[in-house]
Design a protein around this ligand. Structure first.
Ligand SMILES: N[C@@H](CCC(=O)N[C@@H](CS)C(=O)NCC(=O)O)C(=O)O
Length: 217
């Protein structure tokens, strides 16, 4: 398989962790988002949305897109180890937690939003940075409100093995701590789980800031 991604991309990170947890290796192709390479025709032929990640399967056919959909595909085609619990209610909880990060938090800080704030709205850098830090932490606080109180929370977000919720949480913490320098003292459970995730190679090796070319933005 071939994964189109970028070192800084949290959505790519989600897919890389899921692939690693499933024990699946892929060839990686970097699309430099800082240079706007996602907008070039060659890449738009891969993913017309002009975003990473995209996963090309060995069997060919159109590439898979959207990190959550890709993780679900991996789960369905290689069920072990599971990234979702067995029971429907548990699955709903894990998906809900994952979506707080992937659907509500992360989309507010992606390059096209940052570029729009800078080039169209003419917001200065401090204002843009406030936006990025604020919405990143808000998503973590929303996850924290569940994680700190619910009995399903264990060593990880849901029980004692990592799920899609942990994958999305880990990316959100990378954004909060690694990129936007948020004060994360209000989300101790999330940070405790993040530390637990980072004990696993599947989470720590693809960490965005450990990838070639990594720099803080
Ligand atoms: N919801 C998508 C997010 C995809 C996305 O926005 N990816 C970012 C990098 S994390 C990107 O490629 N952005 C390019 C841009 O905004 O121009 C997913 O989870 O795959």
């Amino acid at each position: 398989m071939k994964l189109y991604g970028f070192w800084r991309s949290l959505a790519t990170y989600r897919v890389k962790v899921a692939l690693a947890l499933k024990g699946t290796t892929v060839d990686e192709v970097s699309i430099d988002l800082l240079k706007g390479k996602q907008h070039e025709a060659d890449y738009k032929a891969v993913n017309p949305q002009a975003v990473v990640p995209a996963l090309v399967l060995d069997e060919g056919g159109p590439p898979l897109f959207q990190s959550i959909a890709i993780m679900e595909y991996l789960e369905e085609t290689k069920p072990q180890p599971p990234l979702l619990p067995k029971d429907p209610r548990g699955r709903a909880r894990v998906r809900g937690l994952a979506l707080i990060a992937a659907a509500d938090g992360h989309p507010l800080v992606v390059p096209r939003i940052r570029n729009y704030m800078e080039k169209e709205l003419k917001l200065d850098e401090p204002s843009r940075n406030r936006w990025l830090a604020h919405w990143t932490l808000e998503a973590l606080k929303a996850m924290e409100a569940h994680l700190k109180n619910e009995k399903e929370t264990g060593k990880f977000c849901h029980g004692n093995s990592p799920t899609m919720a942990d994958i999305c949480l880990a990316g959100q913490v990378v954004g909060a701590v690694g990129y936007f320098k948020c004060d994360v003292s209000s989300v101790p459970t999330s940070m405790r789980i993040y530390e637990e995730c980072m004990k696993l190679d599947a989470f720590s090796k693809p960490h965005p800031l450990k990838q070639p070319g990594a720099q803080v933005h």
